[in-house]
Design a protein around this ligand. Structure first.
Ligand code: PMP
Length: 422
């Protein structure tokens, strides 16, 4: 019996997260034996240049020695201790030093929890209930965020998945990403009902979609004017678009920030941070309840502190150089193959859309040729390059990806685009 067969009989679909299924690209899920820098070694003995990189959780590459050493150190001191630790204070100091909008931070164990906590802080602080999010942005799998637009423009949302009660999304409004006009209208009509506006400052869960000039600033300004809370979901972009995240790179200051992924050095983590007065609505200072047995888990705190201490501004220049080289090589390869494909890069990460230009919102993302992506994915996989198994996931080169890995990827992409064209 294969590992997948064993898994499938015990774990729904054989995977513990649907993002790991290979349904969108064909074939069975891969099982990782181990990660090594830029590479994943699968249980069937193949070695891939890996662009999943823990869905963006590991920026130094897999099993970076500074991280494995920090985890080993934490391991020797126990697991969950149920008390505060110095490591969590150290990580909080690093977060607050790098992200100036964050005066106080609370550590949780996933991006999903960060979104739940941010929503509760915003609702508790404003006394309002309405949440606004943008179509195609992902903020984890809490009910209120698993919503899609209803039939009318800017009416309340409808559940995006079975098991999400309609009641839990009636206070969520979905707008199109990059649509500042719709946001203006919504605030004009219902500004005094809005608790928070959530946005991925660079959307990384519908492929990579960049914000148009003025869009993020409009969100922050409208929230300020109407005393709503702006929430930048920097689970992907935090410590990925530089040490200050998207807000540092773009010089825009939201009220609250969600973090995750890179922050935990590959271990389970999430965080919410922001102005002290907002954050202090949280229990035990304020009346907004939030808690967790594994919150600020010592292993994750140690791994996160190790990564954040290791990263330098020069590292981000290096990583951006790597991502640029990759994006340029892919663009050229697609052009030479006569394929309609657009590479969208935001600083250090990227995505490829099988369409003629860069989408500005989810409706345009959905116009892409998904079958072409599936063929492209399969061809690259057979050449030893592993992309995330969905056209909606971003590619994350790491600091362990060097010129050899990039050259190998571009060479593989040349033949993959050729095969995709056929
Ligand atoms: N926000 C964003 C922007 C994400 O990309 C993700 C995860 N892909 C989440 C939130 C949810 O994080 P988690 O999977 O840790 O719950």
């Amino acid at each position: 019996m294969t590992l997948f067969e064993r898994a499938r009989s015990l774990i729904p679909g054989g995977v513990s997260s649907p993002a790991r299924a290979f349904g969108a690209v064909g074939g069975n899920p891969l099982f990782a034996e181990r990660g090594e820098g830029a590479y994943i070694v699968s249980t069937d003995g193949h070695r891939f240049v890996d662009y999943i990189q823990g869905f963006g959780a590991v920026i130094l590459g897999h099993a970076a020695p500074v991280v494995t050493k920090a985890i080993a150190g934490a391991n020797a001191r126990g697991g969950a201790v149920g008390l505060s630790t110095e490591a969590e204070v150290r990580l909080a100091e690093l977060v607050c030093a790098h992200v100036p909008s964050i005066e106080r931070v609370r550590f949780v164990t996933s991006g999903t929890e960060a979104a739940m906590t941010a929503a509760r802080i915003a609702r508790g602080a404003t006394g309002r209930v309405l949440l606004v999010k943008f179509e195609g942005c992902y903020h984890g799998h809490a009910d209120a965020f698993l919503a899609k637009a209803g039939s009318g423009v800017a009416t309340h949302a409808v559940p995006m998945a079975a098991g999400v009660p309609e009641a839990s999304v009636t206070d969520t409004v979905i707008l199109a990403f990059n649509d500042s006009g719709a946001l203006d209208e919504l605030f004009a009509r219902r500004g005094d009902e809005i608790a928070a506006v959530f946005v991925e400052p660079v959307a990384a869960n519908m492929g990579v979609v960049v914000p148009e000039p003025g869009f993020l600033r409009r969100i922050v300004d409208l929230c300020r004017t109407h005393r709503a809370v702006s929430v930048f979901d920097e689970v992907v972009t935090g410590f990925r678009l530089g040490l200050g995240g998207a807000q540092g790179a773009m010089r825009i200051t939201p009220d609250l920030t969600m973090l995750g992924k890179v922050l935990g050095g590959g271990l389970p983590i999430g965080a919410v941070g922001g102005r002290a007065d907002l954050m202090d609505v949280l229990s035990p200072v304020g009346a907004v309840y939030q808690a967790g047995t594994y919150a600020a888990h010592p292993h994750a705190m140690a791994a996160g502190a190790a990564v954040l201490s290791a990263l330098t501004p020069e590292d981000f220049d290096t990583l951006e150089g790597t991502a640029t080289q990759l994006a340029d090589g892919l663009t050229e390869a697609a052009k030479d193959a006569g394929i309609e494909a657009t590479v969208v890069r935001s600083g250090t990460f990227l995505g490829v859309f099988f369409r003629g230009d860069a989408p500005r919102n989810f409706a345009q993302v959905q116009e892409c040729d998904r079958d072409a992506f599936a063929r492209f994915h399969a061809s690259l996989r057979s050449s030893g390059v592993l992309l995330p198994p969905s056209p909606y996931e971003a590619w994350f080169p790491s600091l362990a990806h060097g010129p050899d890995e990039i050259a190998a990827t571009i060479a593989a992409a040349r033949s993959a685009f050729g095969e995709t064209a056929r």
